[in-house]
Design a binder for this molecule. Structure first.
Ligand code: NDP
Length: 400
Protein backbone atom coordinates (compact mmCIF):
# COMPACT_ATOMS: atom_id res chain seq x y z
CA UNK A 1 0.00 0.00 0.00
CA UNK A 2 1.54 3.31 -1.06
CA UNK A 3 0.81 6.95 -1.67
CA UNK A 4 1.89 8.85 -4.79
CA UNK A 5 2.09 12.61 -5.13
CA UNK A 6 1.40 13.28 -8.81
CA UNK A 7 2.51 16.69 -10.10
CA UNK A 8 0.67 17.97 -13.19
CA UNK A 9 -2.92 17.55 -14.30
CA UNK A 10 -2.53 17.46 -18.08
CA UNK A 11 -3.01 14.69 -20.65
CA UNK A 12 -0.34 12.31 -19.36
CA UNK A 13 -1.14 12.90 -15.68
CA UNK A 14 -4.81 12.16 -16.26
CA UNK A 15 -3.97 8.70 -17.67
CA UNK A 16 -1.43 7.91 -14.93
CA UNK A 17 -4.01 8.90 -12.30
CA UNK A 18 -6.68 6.66 -13.90
CA UNK A 19 -4.15 3.81 -13.88
CA UNK A 20 -3.16 4.36 -10.22
CA UNK A 21 -6.87 4.26 -9.40
CA UNK A 22 -7.26 0.94 -11.26
CA UNK A 23 -4.29 -0.31 -9.22
CA UNK A 24 -5.64 0.49 -5.72
CA UNK A 25 -3.90 -2.55 -4.21
CA UNK A 26 -0.62 -0.70 -4.76
CA UNK A 27 -1.75 2.95 -4.77
CA UNK A 28 -4.28 3.20 -1.96
CA UNK A 29 -3.82 6.97 -1.89
CA UNK A 30 -2.83 9.69 -4.37
CA UNK A 31 -2.54 13.45 -4.17
CA UNK A 32 -2.87 15.35 -7.46
CA UNK A 33 -1.00 18.67 -7.28
CA UNK A 34 -0.70 21.12 -10.13
CA UNK A 35 -0.57 24.82 -10.99
CA UNK A 36 -4.32 24.97 -11.78
CA UNK A 37 -6.27 23.41 -8.92
CA UNK A 38 -9.52 23.16 -10.93
CA UNK A 39 -7.84 20.68 -13.34
CA UNK A 40 -6.83 18.47 -10.38
CA UNK A 41 -10.36 18.65 -8.96
CA UNK A 42 -11.88 17.82 -12.38
CA UNK A 43 -9.84 14.59 -12.60
CA UNK A 44 -10.68 13.74 -8.99
CA UNK A 45 -14.42 14.19 -9.55
CA UNK A 46 -14.32 11.92 -12.65
CA UNK A 47 -12.81 9.09 -10.60
CA UNK A 48 -14.32 9.42 -7.16
CA UNK A 49 -16.77 6.64 -6.34
CA UNK A 50 -15.24 4.43 -9.07
CA UNK A 51 -12.06 3.52 -7.19
CA UNK A 52 -11.01 2.62 -3.69
CA UNK A 53 -7.91 4.82 -4.05
CA UNK A 54 -8.29 7.88 -1.83
CA UNK A 55 -7.75 11.04 -3.91
CA UNK A 56 -6.82 14.49 -2.59
CA UNK A 57 -5.77 17.59 -4.55
CA UNK A 58 -3.50 20.58 -3.97
CA UNK A 59 -2.46 23.72 -5.79
CA UNK A 60 1.31 24.00 -6.34
CA UNK A 61 3.78 25.89 -8.47
CA UNK A 62 6.44 23.20 -8.79
CA UNK A 63 9.07 25.84 -9.54
CA UNK A 64 8.67 27.09 -5.96
CA UNK A 65 11.00 24.58 -4.29
CA UNK A 66 10.31 25.56 -0.64
CA UNK A 67 6.52 25.37 -1.18
CA UNK A 68 6.85 22.03 -2.98
CA UNK A 69 9.13 20.66 -0.25
CA UNK A 70 6.54 21.66 2.34
CA UNK A 71 3.77 19.97 0.33
CA UNK A 72 5.79 16.75 0.05
CA UNK A 73 6.58 16.79 3.77
CA UNK A 74 2.91 17.40 4.60
CA UNK A 75 1.54 14.72 2.23
CA UNK A 76 4.25 12.14 3.06
CA UNK A 77 4.05 10.24 -0.27
CA UNK A 78 6.18 7.18 -0.99
CA UNK A 79 6.97 8.59 -4.45
CA UNK A 80 6.67 11.86 -6.36
CA UNK A 81 5.58 11.33 -9.97
CA UNK A 82 6.55 14.36 -12.05
CA UNK A 83 4.08 14.75 -14.93
CA UNK A 84 4.43 18.52 -15.27
CA UNK A 85 6.73 19.86 -17.99
CA UNK A 86 10.46 19.15 -18.49
CA UNK A 87 11.24 22.68 -17.22
CA UNK A 88 10.19 21.61 -13.70
CA UNK A 89 12.42 18.49 -13.45
CA UNK A 90 15.31 20.00 -11.47
CA UNK A 91 13.07 21.92 -9.08
CA UNK A 92 11.06 18.79 -8.33
CA UNK A 93 14.27 16.78 -7.84
CA UNK A 94 15.49 19.48 -5.42
CA UNK A 95 12.26 19.23 -3.42
CA UNK A 96 12.46 15.41 -3.36
CA UNK A 97 16.00 15.66 -1.99
CA UNK A 98 14.92 18.14 0.69
CA UNK A 99 11.99 15.92 1.69
CA UNK A 100 13.78 12.57 1.24
CA UNK A 101 11.28 11.00 -1.21
CA UNK A 102 11.81 8.96 -4.43
CA UNK A 103 11.32 10.71 -7.79
CA UNK A 104 9.99 9.53 -11.20
CA UNK A 105 9.62 11.48 -14.48
CA UNK A 106 8.93 10.89 -18.17
CA UNK A 107 11.04 13.52 -19.93
CA UNK A 108 14.50 14.94 -19.31
CA UNK A 109 15.20 18.46 -18.14
CA UNK A 110 15.10 21.20 -20.71
CA UNK A 111 15.88 24.85 -19.87
CA UNK A 112 12.89 27.02 -20.80
CA UNK A 113 14.97 29.54 -22.78
CA UNK A 114 17.04 27.04 -24.86
CA UNK A 115 15.48 24.27 -26.94
CA UNK A 116 18.00 21.66 -25.84
CA UNK A 117 17.37 18.57 -23.81
CA UNK A 118 20.21 16.57 -22.30
CA UNK A 119 20.64 14.31 -19.29
CA UNK A 120 23.72 16.11 -17.96
CA UNK A 121 21.71 18.33 -15.61
CA UNK A 122 19.87 15.40 -14.02
CA UNK A 123 22.89 13.08 -13.99
CA UNK A 124 24.64 15.79 -11.93
CA UNK A 125 22.25 14.80 -9.07
CA UNK A 126 23.61 11.23 -8.85
CA UNK A 127 25.73 11.72 -5.74
CA UNK A 128 23.12 13.80 -3.93
CA UNK A 129 20.42 11.13 -4.44
CA UNK A 130 22.83 8.37 -3.47
CA UNK A 131 23.92 10.16 -0.30
CA UNK A 132 20.29 10.88 0.61
CA UNK A 133 19.45 7.17 0.13
CA UNK A 134 16.63 7.91 -2.36
CA UNK A 135 16.02 6.91 -5.99
CA UNK A 136 15.34 9.04 -9.06
CA UNK A 137 13.95 7.05 -12.00
CA UNK A 138 14.38 9.06 -15.21
CA UNK A 139 12.31 8.62 -18.36
CA UNK A 140 9.40 6.35 -17.40
CA UNK A 141 7.14 7.20 -20.35
CA UNK A 142 6.99 5.37 -23.69
CA UNK A 143 9.88 6.98 -25.52
CA UNK A 144 11.92 7.35 -23.41
CA UNK A 145 10.65 4.66 -21.11
CA UNK A 146 9.23 1.54 -22.67
CA UNK A 147 11.66 1.80 -25.62
CA UNK A 148 14.58 1.78 -23.15
CA UNK A 149 13.08 -1.18 -21.23
CA UNK A 150 12.72 -2.96 -24.62
CA UNK A 151 16.48 -2.44 -25.12
CA UNK A 152 17.32 -3.88 -21.68
CA UNK A 153 14.96 -6.82 -22.35
CA UNK A 154 16.49 -7.54 -25.78
CA UNK A 155 19.98 -7.50 -24.28
CA UNK A 156 18.99 -9.73 -21.36
CA UNK A 157 17.17 -12.39 -23.38
CA UNK A 158 18.22 -12.32 -27.04
CA UNK A 159 21.68 -10.87 -27.58
CA UNK A 160 25.24 -11.18 -26.37
CA UNK A 161 25.86 -7.79 -27.95
CA UNK A 162 23.49 -5.28 -29.54
CA UNK A 163 25.15 -3.30 -32.34
CA UNK A 164 22.27 -1.26 -33.79
CA UNK A 165 18.98 0.07 -32.44
CA UNK A 166 16.31 1.80 -34.51
CA UNK A 167 13.50 3.25 -32.41
CA UNK A 168 10.36 3.71 -34.52
CA UNK A 169 7.50 5.88 -33.28
CA UNK A 170 4.44 5.81 -35.51
CA UNK A 171 1.26 7.68 -34.74
CA UNK A 172 -1.29 6.90 -37.44
CA UNK A 173 -4.06 8.65 -35.52
CA UNK A 174 -6.31 11.14 -37.31
CA UNK A 175 -7.93 13.91 -35.22
CA UNK A 176 -9.51 15.66 -38.20
CA UNK A 177 -7.77 19.03 -37.60
CA UNK A 178 -5.41 20.37 -40.29
CA UNK A 179 -2.82 20.95 -37.52
CA UNK A 180 -2.70 19.94 -33.87
CA UNK A 181 -0.17 18.24 -31.62
CA UNK A 182 -0.89 15.13 -29.58
CA UNK A 183 0.90 16.32 -26.49
CA UNK A 184 1.94 19.70 -25.11
CA UNK A 185 2.36 21.76 -28.34
CA UNK A 186 5.27 23.79 -27.00
CA UNK A 187 7.30 20.70 -26.05
CA UNK A 188 6.28 18.85 -29.22
CA UNK A 189 7.17 21.67 -31.63
CA UNK A 190 10.48 22.38 -29.88
CA UNK A 191 11.33 18.68 -30.33
CA UNK A 192 10.46 18.37 -34.03
CA UNK A 193 11.82 21.72 -35.22
CA UNK A 194 15.24 21.06 -33.66
CA UNK A 195 18.15 19.57 -35.63
CA UNK A 196 18.14 15.78 -35.86
CA UNK A 197 20.96 13.60 -34.61
CA UNK A 198 21.94 9.99 -34.17
CA UNK A 199 24.71 8.07 -32.44
CA UNK A 200 27.30 6.27 -34.55
CA UNK A 201 30.63 4.75 -33.53
CA UNK A 202 30.90 6.80 -30.36
CA UNK A 203 29.86 10.16 -31.85
CA UNK A 204 26.77 12.26 -32.45
CA UNK A 205 26.02 12.87 -36.14
CA UNK A 206 23.90 15.98 -36.59
CA UNK A 207 21.35 16.43 -39.40
CA UNK A 208 19.12 19.28 -40.51
CA UNK A 209 15.55 19.04 -39.16
CA UNK A 210 13.65 16.33 -41.08
CA UNK A 211 16.65 15.77 -43.39
CA UNK A 212 16.57 11.95 -43.21
CA UNK A 213 13.35 10.32 -44.36
CA UNK A 214 12.46 6.65 -44.63
CA UNK A 215 9.28 4.75 -45.44
CA UNK A 216 8.39 1.86 -43.13
CA UNK A 217 5.64 -0.73 -43.31
CA UNK A 218 4.40 -0.74 -39.69
CA UNK A 219 2.67 -3.92 -38.42
CA UNK A 220 -1.12 -3.38 -38.06
CA UNK A 221 -0.82 0.10 -39.64
CA UNK A 222 0.90 -0.04 -43.06
CA UNK A 223 3.38 2.20 -44.86
CA UNK A 224 4.20 5.60 -43.33
CA UNK A 225 6.82 8.30 -43.92
CA UNK A 226 9.12 8.66 -40.93
CA UNK A 227 11.89 11.16 -40.18
CA UNK A 228 15.03 10.97 -38.09
CA UNK A 229 14.88 13.11 -34.91
CA UNK A 230 17.16 13.65 -31.95
CA UNK A 231 15.64 11.87 -28.96
CA UNK A 232 16.73 11.70 -25.36
CA UNK A 233 16.95 7.94 -24.86
CA UNK A 234 19.72 7.78 -27.48
CA UNK A 235 22.01 9.56 -25.00
CA UNK A 236 21.47 7.12 -22.13
CA UNK A 237 21.29 3.96 -24.26
CA UNK A 238 24.64 4.89 -25.85
CA UNK A 239 26.11 4.63 -22.34
CA UNK A 240 24.12 1.70 -20.99
CA UNK A 241 24.15 -0.76 -23.93
CA UNK A 242 27.72 -2.11 -24.13
CA UNK A 243 29.15 -2.54 -27.64
CA UNK A 244 26.48 -0.38 -29.31
CA UNK A 245 27.54 1.05 -32.67
CA UNK A 246 24.49 2.98 -33.89
CA UNK A 247 21.21 4.29 -32.40
CA UNK A 248 18.62 6.17 -34.46
CA UNK A 249 15.14 7.48 -33.66
CA UNK A 250 12.41 7.91 -36.29
CA UNK A 251 8.97 9.45 -35.93
CA UNK A 252 6.16 9.46 -38.50
CA UNK A 253 4.66 12.72 -39.73
CA UNK A 254 1.97 13.30 -42.32
CA UNK A 255 2.47 15.79 -45.13
CA UNK A 256 -0.18 18.19 -43.77
CA UNK A 257 1.58 18.39 -40.36
CA UNK A 258 4.94 19.10 -42.01
CA UNK A 259 3.55 21.74 -44.40
CA UNK A 260 1.85 23.58 -41.53
CA UNK A 261 4.96 23.36 -39.37
CA UNK A 262 7.17 24.74 -42.16
CA UNK A 263 4.79 27.63 -42.69
CA UNK A 264 4.63 28.40 -38.95
CA UNK A 265 8.44 28.28 -38.80
CA UNK A 266 8.79 30.54 -41.84
CA UNK A 267 6.58 33.23 -40.28
CA UNK A 268 8.38 33.04 -36.92
CA UNK A 269 5.58 31.43 -34.90
CA UNK A 270 7.73 28.58 -33.54
CA UNK A 271 10.40 30.91 -32.10
CA UNK A 272 11.11 30.83 -28.35
CA UNK A 273 12.70 34.32 -28.42
CA UNK A 274 10.39 36.78 -26.61
CA UNK A 275 9.05 39.64 -28.78
CA UNK A 276 7.27 42.91 -27.91
CA UNK A 277 3.55 42.80 -28.65
CA UNK A 278 1.31 45.72 -27.69
CA UNK A 279 3.42 46.60 -24.68
CA UNK A 280 3.85 42.98 -23.52
CA UNK A 281 6.63 40.48 -24.02
CA UNK A 282 5.30 37.30 -25.59
CA UNK A 283 7.00 34.11 -26.75
CA UNK A 284 5.61 33.26 -30.21
CA UNK A 285 5.61 29.50 -29.53
CA UNK A 286 3.68 29.98 -26.27
CA UNK A 287 1.14 32.14 -28.11
CA UNK A 288 0.84 29.44 -30.79
CA UNK A 289 0.18 26.88 -28.04
CA UNK A 290 -2.69 29.04 -26.81
CA UNK A 291 -4.42 29.07 -30.22
CA UNK A 292 -3.89 25.40 -31.10
CA UNK A 293 -6.38 22.72 -29.99
CA UNK A 294 -5.74 21.52 -26.43
CA UNK A 295 -4.26 17.99 -26.78
CA UNK A 296 -6.68 16.85 -24.06
CA UNK A 297 -9.58 17.75 -26.40
CA UNK A 298 -8.35 15.41 -29.16
CA UNK A 299 -9.36 12.22 -27.36
CA UNK A 300 -12.95 11.89 -28.56
CA UNK A 301 -12.10 12.74 -32.19
CA UNK A 302 -8.89 10.75 -32.77
CA UNK A 303 -9.19 7.47 -34.65
CA UNK A 304 -6.47 5.02 -35.69
CA UNK A 305 -3.50 3.42 -33.97
CA UNK A 306 -0.01 4.05 -32.69
CA UNK A 307 2.86 1.59 -33.10
CA UNK A 308 6.03 2.30 -31.12
CA UNK A 309 8.90 -0.13 -30.85
CA UNK A 310 12.56 -0.93 -31.41
CA UNK A 311 14.45 -2.99 -33.97
CA UNK A 312 17.70 -4.48 -32.72
CA UNK A 313 20.62 -5.94 -34.69
CA UNK A 314 23.43 -7.77 -32.95
CA UNK A 315 25.09 -11.05 -32.13
CA UNK A 316 23.97 -14.14 -30.21
CA UNK A 317 26.24 -17.17 -29.87
CA UNK A 318 28.48 -15.82 -32.63
CA UNK A 319 25.60 -15.44 -35.12
CA UNK A 320 23.92 -12.28 -36.41
CA UNK A 321 20.39 -11.76 -35.19
CA UNK A 322 17.57 -9.21 -35.54
CA UNK A 323 14.65 -8.62 -33.18
CA UNK A 324 11.69 -6.20 -33.24
CA UNK A 325 9.50 -5.54 -30.20
CA UNK A 326 6.61 -3.08 -30.33
CA UNK A 327 3.26 -2.08 -28.90
CA UNK A 328 0.17 -1.19 -30.93
CA UNK A 329 -2.37 1.04 -29.23
CA UNK A 330 -5.80 2.09 -30.52
CA UNK A 331 -6.79 5.74 -29.90
CA UNK A 332 -10.51 5.00 -29.51
CA UNK A 333 -9.97 2.06 -27.14
CA UNK A 334 -7.82 4.32 -24.93
CA UNK A 335 -10.52 6.96 -25.01
CA UNK A 336 -13.20 4.48 -23.99
CA UNK A 337 -11.07 3.25 -21.09
CA UNK A 338 -9.62 6.45 -19.59
CA UNK A 339 -10.98 9.38 -21.65
CA UNK A 340 -7.64 10.15 -23.40
CA UNK A 341 -6.05 9.44 -26.79
CA UNK A 342 -3.21 6.95 -27.25
CA UNK A 343 -0.27 9.39 -27.02
CA UNK A 344 -1.20 10.34 -23.45
CA UNK A 345 -2.15 6.71 -22.73
CA UNK A 346 1.17 5.23 -23.92
CA UNK A 347 3.02 7.70 -21.64
CA UNK A 348 0.72 7.63 -18.59
CA UNK A 349 0.65 3.82 -18.24
CA UNK A 350 4.47 3.41 -18.01
CA UNK A 351 4.60 6.41 -15.64
CA UNK A 352 2.31 4.54 -13.24
CA UNK A 353 4.32 1.32 -13.74
CA UNK A 354 7.65 3.08 -13.01
CA UNK A 355 6.21 4.52 -9.78
CA UNK A 356 4.87 1.05 -8.91
CA UNK A 357 8.34 -0.52 -9.45
CA UNK A 358 9.76 1.86 -6.82
CA UNK A 359 7.01 1.82 -4.21
CA UNK A 360 6.78 -1.98 -4.23
CA UNK A 361 10.58 -2.25 -3.88
CA UNK A 362 10.75 -4.25 -7.15
CA UNK A 363 13.36 -1.73 -8.31
CA UNK A 364 15.53 -0.15 -5.68
CA UNK A 365 18.90 1.45 -5.16
CA UNK A 366 19.85 4.96 -4.11
CA UNK A 367 20.96 7.26 -6.91
CA UNK A 368 19.75 8.59 -10.26
CA UNK A 369 18.96 5.92 -12.84
CA UNK A 370 17.76 5.71 -16.41
CA UNK A 371 15.07 3.12 -16.77
CA UNK A 372 17.16 0.61 -18.78
CA UNK A 373 19.50 0.22 -15.79
CA UNK A 374 16.91 -1.87 -13.90
CA UNK A 375 15.75 -5.47 -14.51
CA UNK A 376 13.31 -5.16 -17.47
CA UNK A 377 11.30 -8.35 -16.78
CA UNK A 378 8.85 -7.09 -14.10
CA UNK A 379 8.21 -3.94 -16.14
CA UNK A 380 7.58 -6.00 -19.33
CA UNK A 381 5.07 -8.16 -17.40
CA UNK A 382 3.36 -5.05 -16.05
CA UNK A 383 2.99 -3.60 -19.56
CA UNK A 384 0.99 -6.68 -20.57
CA UNK A 385 -1.15 -6.41 -17.45
CA UNK A 386 -1.83 -2.65 -17.47
CA UNK A 387 -2.85 -2.01 -21.08
CA UNK A 388 0.26 -1.89 -23.27
CA UNK A 389 0.81 -5.49 -24.45
CA UNK A 390 3.86 -5.93 -26.66
CA UNK A 391 4.53 -8.14 -29.68
CA UNK A 392 7.76 -9.42 -31.09
CA UNK A 393 9.19 -10.45 -34.45
CA UNK A 394 12.44 -12.30 -35.09
CA UNK A 395 12.54 -11.54 -38.80
CA UNK A 396 11.52 -7.89 -39.10
CA UNK A 397 11.76 -5.58 -42.08
CA UNK A 398 14.89 -3.47 -41.39
CA UNK A 399 15.36 0.26 -41.92
CA UNK A 400 18.17 1.05 -44.40
P1 NDP B 1 0.25 19.02 -20.48
O1 NDP B 1 0.65 20.36 -20.97
O2 NDP B 1 -1.05 18.42 -20.92
O3 NDP B 1 0.25 19.00 -18.86
C1 NDP B 1 1.28 19.59 -18.11
C2 NDP B 1 0.73 19.82 -16.72
O4 NDP B 1 1.79 20.33 -15.90
C3 NDP B 1 -0.41 20.84 -16.68
O5 NDP B 1 -1.39 20.38 -15.80
C4 NDP B 1 0.30 22.08 -16.16
O6 NDP B 1 -0.52 22.96 -15.42
C5 NDP B 1 1.30 21.46 -15.21
N1 NDP B 1 2.38 22.42 -14.92
C6 NDP B 1 3.11 23.12 -15.78
N2 NDP B 1 3.97 23.91 -15.13
C7 NDP B 1 3.77 23.68 -13.80
C8 NDP B 1 4.35 24.18 -12.62
N3 NDP B 1 5.31 25.11 -12.64
N4 NDP B 1 3.89 23.71 -11.43
C9 NDP B 1 2.91 22.79 -11.37
N5 NDP B 1 2.32 22.27 -12.47
C10 NDP B 1 2.75 22.72 -13.67
O7 NDP B 1 1.47 18.04 -20.85
P2 NDP B 1 1.40 16.46 -21.11
O8 NDP B 1 0.54 15.83 -20.08
O9 NDP B 1 1.16 16.22 -22.54
O10 NDP B 1 2.93 16.06 -20.83
C11 NDP B 1 3.40 15.88 -19.49
C12 NDP B 1 4.87 15.44 -19.53
O11 NDP B 1 4.99 14.20 -20.22
C13 NDP B 1 5.80 16.41 -20.27
O12 NDP B 1 7.00 16.53 -19.53
C14 NDP B 1 6.08 15.73 -21.57
O13 NDP B 1 7.33 16.11 -22.12
C15 NDP B 1 6.07 14.28 -21.14
N6 NDP B 1 5.83 13.32 -22.24
C16 NDP B 1 6.64 12.21 -22.28
C17 NDP B 1 6.46 11.27 -23.28
C18 NDP B 1 7.27 10.02 -23.27
O14 NDP B 1 6.92 9.07 -24.00
N7 NDP B 1 8.32 9.86 -22.48
C19 NDP B 1 5.46 11.44 -24.35
C20 NDP B 1 4.58 12.59 -24.14
C21 NDP B 1 4.81 13.50 -23.13
P3 NDP B 1 -1.50 24.02 -16.14
O15 NDP B 1 -2.68 23.22 -16.48
O16 NDP B 1 -1.74 25.05 -15.11
O17 NDP B 1 -0.77 24.56 -17.35
Amino acid sequence: MAKALIIGAGGVASVAIHKCCQNSDVFNEICIASRTLSKCDAIKSKLEGKTSTKITTAQIDADDVPALTELIKREKPNVVLNLALPYQDLHIMDACLAAGVDYVDTANYEPEDTAKFEYKWQWAYRDRFKNAGITALLGSGFDPGVTSVFAAYALKHYFDEIHEIDILDCNAGDHGYPFATNFNPEINIREVSAKGSYWENGHWIETEPMEIKRVYNFPEIGEKDMYLLHHEEIESLALNIPGIKRIRFFMTFGQSYLTHLKCLENVGMTSIEPIDFEGHKIVPLQFLKAVLPDPASLGPRTVGKTNIGCIFKGIKDGKERTYYVYNVCDHQECYREVGSQAVSYTTGVPAMIGAMMLVTGTWKGPGVFNIEEFDPDPFMDALNKWGLPWKESFNPELVD
